[in-house]
Design a binder for this molecule. Structure first.
Ligand SMILES: Nc1c(NC[C@H](O)[C@H](O)[C@H](O)CO)[nH]c(=O)[nH]c1=O
Ligand SMILES: CC(=O)[C@@H](O)COP(=O)(O)O
Length: 198
């Protein structure tokens, strides 16, 4: 029997040709992470014309580091985009502001945080999964830049491989593809929302 699980295809054909995308990934479980990154990038470039030169890729050691690194990279990009950005935020240090930027200080339209957690013998997995999911949500809401939750939380190696399209079953599926679709849709919609369009 086929499954009811999964995301419906996007309603529109979004144009990603001017989007700027930040990918921040962990290097833990890198074989799986690499496949997920490839799935996301191929989807964005092949299906939405996102330019590869507009995709910035940065890595950190583990998934726990993803929210912090993403927050700092967004802050750094704003400083780069507007030389006097620090002054625009005046009393608050760069990176600690909440809400959308005041003017034209955004270099990334969307961030995708990619990591793979595989449960071991201790509670390590549970703590990291909880912290990372909350952290990524917080960075998105605080910065006003959508942050895609590209984290696999797997109970064993096989679950991780299947969800990166590397497994041996006929149900294997690369979730990086879904994250690519999700990133473009949210980035394009958010540009409209920021301009007051509903
Ligand atoms: N066990 C996994 C980790 N653990 C490392 C942490 O994310 C972190 O780097 C460390 O605690 C230092 O702060 N990371 C993953 O991405 N995946 C795992 O399965
Ligand atoms: C703190 C660690 O990285 C490690 O002890 C976690 O162990 P496990 O992955 O078996 O839960």
């Amino acid at each position: 029997m086929s499954t009811v699980k999964g995301v419906a295809p996007p309603i529109e054909k979004y144009d990603g040709s001017s989007l700027r995308v930040l990918i921040v990934h962990a290097r833990w479980n890198i074989t799986v992470v690499d496949a997920l990154i490839k799935g996301a990038i191929d989807t964005m470039t092949n299906e939405y014309s996102v330019k590869s030169e507009n995709i910035t890729i940065q890595s950190v050691s583990g998934s726990y580091e993803l929210p912090f690194a993403t927050q700092r990279l967004i802050a750094a990009s704003r400083l780069q985009a507007t030389p006097n950005a620090a002054e625009l935020f005046s009393s608050t240090p760069a990176g600690e502001q909440t809400g959308p930027p005041p003017v034209n200080t955004q270099t990334f339209d969307v961030a995708i945080c990619i990591g793979v957690l595989i449960k071991g013998s201790t509670m390590h997995f549970e703590y990291i999964a909880d912290a990372v999911s909350n952290g990524i949500m917080r960075v998105g809401l605080d910065s006003g830049i959508p942050c895609v939750f590209g984290i696999l939380t797997c109970l064993n190696d096989d679950q991780a491989l299947e969800r990166a399209g590397l497994g041996s079953s006929d149900k294997k599926h690369n979730h990086g593809i879904d994250w690519g679709h999700c990133a473009v849709e949210l980035a394009v919609k958010n540009r409209g929302w920021m301009a007051g369009k509903i």
